[in-house]
Design a protein. Structure first.
Length: 139
């Protein structure tokens, strides 16, 4: 399950550890969904994912491997600002999955972390409900 909207989503910024938008949280609570009670219920430790799990009435334990991509010095900053200040770095980050020149994780590092988590879950042999972030889900 992907965490719902935050200020970063609304402002075209690199995500930081921000809470959910108030309207998004209310919309989640109104869904009144139910999930399997057996198996693992996990959430990223990032605030938006924790709030998403709470709004869905999930009883999750935090799993650090589900955390959002670490955007380093770009976290919380508008993408347009980074494009103006460091266009070459932004272009390289987009084109090169091994680039981590922003002081955070590279896309390859995210892939490795996600792959490791999936391997670990497959050995558990049970249902898994995971609340995480778009980058992790895409990985």
């Amino acid at each position: 399950i992907c965490q719902t909207a935050t200020a970063a989503n609304q402002n075209a910024s690199f995500p930081a550890n921000e809470p959910l938008e108030t309207k998004a949280k209310a919309a989640l609570q109104a869904l009144n969904l139910s999930f399997p009670t057996r198996g693992l219920q996990l959430t990223s430790p990032n605030t938006a994912a924790v709030h998403t799990a709470e709004a869905l009435s999930l009883d999750c334990r935090e799993e650090t491997d589900l955390r959002d991509l670490d955007y380093g010095t770009w976290a919380g900053r508008p993408i347009s600002e980074i494009a103006g200040e460091a266009p070459d770095s932004l272009a390289r980050w987009i084109a090169d999955p091994s680039f981590a020149g922003h002081g955070g994780e590279s896309i390859e590092m995210l892939f490795d972390r996600t792959r490791s988590w999936i391997d670990k879950c497959s050995k558990e042999g049970s249902n898994v409900v995971a609340v995480t972030h778009a980058a992790v889900i895409r990985a």
